[in-house]
Design a protein around this ligand. Sequence first.
Ligand SMILES: [Zn+2]
Length: 406
Amino acid sequence: MLQSVIDHLSLAAEDVVSLQRDLVALPALGPINGGQGEKDKADYLLGYLTRIGLTDVQEIKVPDNRVPCGYRPNIVARIPGQDTSRTLWIMSHMDVVPAGDESLWNTPPFELHRDGDLIFGRGVEDNHQGLVSSLLLAKALLETNTTPAINLGLAFVADEETGSGYGLGALVEDHGHLFGPEDLFLIPDGGAPQSDLIEIAEKSQLWVKATVTGKQCHASRPHHGINSLRGVAALILELDQLHELFPDNDPLFSPPISTFTPTKKEANVDNINTMPGRDVVYIDSRILPGIAIDDVLAAMQRIGDQVADQYAVSVAFQVVQREDAAPITHPESDIVTRLKKAIKQIYQVEAKPQGIGGGTVAAFLRRKGYDAVVWSTLMNFAHQPNEQASISHTLKDAQVMACLLA
Ligand SMILES: [Zn+2]
């Protein structure tokens, strides 16, 4: 029965193009990005869902007085399965990022451009591709009168690009009744060109600001001051100890270790003949789940105290951003097992469950105990000029989604 859905989808290339053409022309930018939110795009999608015959459609409006309509729209639509106790959710986001420097685009960013199998425009990959795959799967089920084994649930959410507080975050926190403990969650918003990357885990993310204070003075009389640049230089090198203090290795992740990377250095003095008395450096850490962030912060402080003693400076740490890792989706969980099998069937590749450095919306679901995976077939042009997507990948990804419903 699903074979007829798969066959149907293989003929839907023109549907991909026409949907993408309409979606690209409705840029949905969040207010932080200078836009008016997702209302126009959501209204278009509500109309489309009605036209293809979907009846169980709900719009959840999350209040936001920064946009003219006063809310951020989230759409939830369902097609019942034979077993109605369980739902495969496919969650995509409607918002996009700004075009950026338009002179870097070969064609206007908010007009769809097609070249053979490729389509170009802001949002075509992030996240229209996944959205269109799921929408065409729903359409194919309805047009072939196919009742899937389990329910299909589509969620089109707002605000993914600026924090998800008005999107998936709000759905999970305030509308948790939508989701059942046995439901399966696929987020088609990340992946590899060969279709073989299934993201199931994330590291904790910790951004720290370190301020080293000494005493500024004229560089010709350095003994009158305390050089903060020597202190911060020592600190940067000593913080490498963190790799030895937290040596765990987890092959699920790439890279398999925790990383502690000095990144940004603030400017200190303007002139060459002043010895600086204050220096600031930032450290980006990606920490394997299972390691307590508080232990890392304590170790940083101990290293800072040693440097302070040795160089007669003071060293202060401040957390700029902290995201403790969500529980992982088990590599043997039902959604991962089904997805590996489906990818094998449609793409003939062995996909590998993997952890990444951090930062997907799957964490919202995993924190609530749901098994969520991030997967799709992407060329990874998100947020770039000349963002592009493949029509054939869009359809094959939809076929993979169809197999998950068996
Ligand atoms: Zn995205």
